[in-house]
Design a protein around this ligand. Structure first.
Ligand code: FAD
Ligand code: DHB
Length: 391
C-alpha cells in the first residue's frame, strides 16, 4: 500500500490532520491500534478555544458543534467559600466553546467515513521505519496479517504512550517532565450542570471542577491521591466530597445522580524536543502533555495540526520545505506558553502535599490578587481562551 502521509493514531490530532490533508487533495492513511468504539468511549477534554473551533470549521466538521456546543463568556473561580467570575468576553472580547472531545472525535470519524479516505482500526504492532530517508515505511498487523505502508511523511499522532516518539533514537530527543503528586477523579452524569459556567474550586480538601457536556449532562472532577481507585468511590461518596469543596449556593443547586463514567487520571507536564525527525513529525500528546487544569491538551493538539497541515500543503503545492523546516520551532513556542499556563493554574488551584502554612498563604494571596486585578484577569483570560493559531 502507498500513500503520501501515514498518520499514526485516530485521536483528535490524527483525525483532524487526516481530514485537512484529504480536503487539500493530499492522500493519507490513518492507522489506529484500538477499535472505533474504544476510542469513542474515552471521556476526556471539554473546552475548545476559538482557534480549535476555526480548524473544525475549516475541516468541514463543525455543524453539530455549532448546534450543540455551549459558548461560555466566562468561568468562575471558587475559594474561601465564595465564587469570583472571570468575564473573558468583557475583558478581551473572546469566548470558549464547551463541546466534548468524544463528540469532536465522532464528527471527525463520520467525516472520514463519508470521504472514503482510508482508516485502519485495530492495527496491531505498528512500527516505523526509515524515517531518516526519503522513503519511510510503516508496518502493522491486522487480523493476523502483516501490512506495509510506503509513504513520504509520517505523522506521529499516537498520544503519550504511542510508538512514534519511542521510535526516535534516544540521543535525538530531549524531554522535560514534571509529575504532580495527585490525580483527578472524574465522573460523568446525566444531571443538569450545577451552574451555567465552569467552576474551578480551590479548597483545603483539594481542587474540584464543575464542568458539563450539555444542559442535561455534567462532568465533575476532584483532586485525589494517585493511589486512589475509581472503584473505591461510590457515587454517594463522590457527591459528598464534591459538596464539601464547593460554595453554599453551588451545594444548594447541585443535582446528584448515577454516574455513567468514573475514572482517575494522573497529572503531568511533559515536552519532547524537537517535534521533527527527518520525515517523522510528532503532534499532540505524542509530543507533549499538560495537566488538564488549563483545558489546553486538546487545543494544543489542534494547534500542532494547524502548523503541520499548512506545512504539508505548502510542500505539496509549492514544493517548498520552509513550513516543515519551521514546524518544530513554531509549535514549541506555543507549547511552552500552554505548559507555563497549565503549570501556573495547576499550582494556583491544587493542594500540594508537604506545602507549609506559608505556601498556603501565598496561594491565597495569589488568588486574591487575581480576582482584584484587571491586568491579572486579562492575562488569565488571554491564556485560557487561547492565543490565535499563527501562520
Ligand atoms: P490521543 O487522544 O491520546 O490519541 C492518540 C491515539 O493514538 C489513540 O486513539 C491511541 O489509541 C492511538 N495509538 C496509541 N498508540 C498507538 C500505536 N502504537 N499505533 C496506532 N495507534 C496508536 N485534556 C483536557 O484539556 N481536559 C481534560 O479533562 C483531559 N482529560 C484527559 C484524561 C485522560 C485520561 C487523558 C489521557 C488525557 C486527557 N486530556 C484532557 C488531554 C486531551 O484529551 C489530549 O490532549 C488529547 O486527547 C490529545 O489528542 P491526541 O490526538 O494527540 O492524542
Ligand atoms: C474539562 C476538563 C478540563 O480539564 C478543564 O480544565 C475544563 C473542562 C471537561 O472535561 O469538561
Amino acid at each position: 500500500m502507498r500513500t503520501q502521509v501515514a498518520i499514526i493514531g485516530a485521536g483528535p490530532a490524527g483525525l483532524l490532520l487526516g481530514q485537512l490533508l484529504h480536503k487539500a487533495g493530499i492522500d493519507n492513511v490513518i492507522l489506529e491500534q484500538r477499535s472505533r468504539d474504544y476510542v469513542l468511549g474515552r471521556i476526556r477534554a471539554g473546552v475548545l478555544e476559538q482557534g480549535t473551533v476555526d480548524m473544525l470549521d475549516e475541516a468541514g466538521v463543525s455543524r453539530r458543534l455549532h448546534e450543540e456546543g455551549l459558548v461560555h463568556d466566562g468561568a468562575e473561580l471558587c475559594f474561601g467559600g465564595r465564587r469570583h467570575r472571570i468575564n473573558f468576553k468583557e475583558l478581551i472580547g473572546k469566548t470558549v466553546t464547551v463541546y466534548g472531545q468524544t463528540e469532536v472525535t465522532r464528527d471527525l470519524m463520520n467525516a472520514r467515513d463519508e470521504s472514503g479516505a482510508r482508516i485502519i482500526y485495530e492495527a496491531e504492532s505498528v512500527s516505523l521505519h526509515d524515517f531518516d530517508s526519503t522513503s519511510p515505511k510503516v508496518r502493522y498487523r491486522k487480523n493476523g496479517e502483516w501490512g506495509e505502508l510506503d509513504c513520504e511523511f509520517i505523522a506521529g499522532c499516537d498520544g503519550f504512550h504511542g510508538v512514534s516518539r519511542q521510535s526516535v533514537p534516544q540521543n535525538a530527543v530531549r524531554t522535560f517532565e514534571r509529575v504532580y503528586p495527585f490525580g483527578w477523579l472524574g465522573i460523568l452524569s446525566d444531571t443538569p450542570p450545577v451552574s451555567h459556567e465552569l467552576i474551578y474550586a480551590n479548597h483545603e480538601r483539594g481542587f474540584a471542577l464543575c464542568s458539563m457536556r450539555s444542559a442535561t449532562r455534567s462532568r465533575y472532577y476532584l483532586q485525589c491521591a494517585l493511589t486512589e481507585k475509581a472503584e473505591e468511590w461510590s457515587d454517594a461518596r463522590f457527591w459528598e466530597e464534591l459538596k464539601r469543596r464547593l460554595d453554599e449556593e453551588a451545594v444548594a443547586n447541585l443535582v446528584t445522580g448515577t454516574s455513567i463514567e468514573k475514572s482517575v487520571a494522573p497529572l503531568r507536564s511533559f515536552v519532547a524536543e524537537p517535534l521533527r525527525f527527518g520525515c517523522l513529525f510528532l503532534a499532540g500528546d505524542a509530543a507533549h502533555i499538560v495537566p488538564p487544569t488549563g483545558a489546553k491538551g486538546l487545543n494544543l493538539a489542534a494547534s500542532d495540526v494547524h502548523y503541520l497541515s499548512r506545512a504539508l500543503m505548502e510542500y505539496y503545492a509549492e514544493k517548498t520545505s520552509a513550513g516543515i523546516d519551521a514546524y518544530s520551532e513554531k509549535c514549541l513556542r506555543r507549547i511552552w506558553k500552554a505548559e507555563r499556563f497549565s503549570w501556573w493554574m495547576t499550582s494556583l488551584m491544587h493542594r500540594f502535599p508537604n506545602t507549609d502554612a506559608f505556601g498556603h498563604k501565598i496561594q491565597e494571596a495569589e488568588l486574591d490578587y487575581l480576582v482584584n486585578s484587571r491586568a491579572a484577569q486579562i492575562a488569565m483570560a488571554e491564556n485560557y481562551v487561547g492565543l490565535p493559531f499563527g501562520d
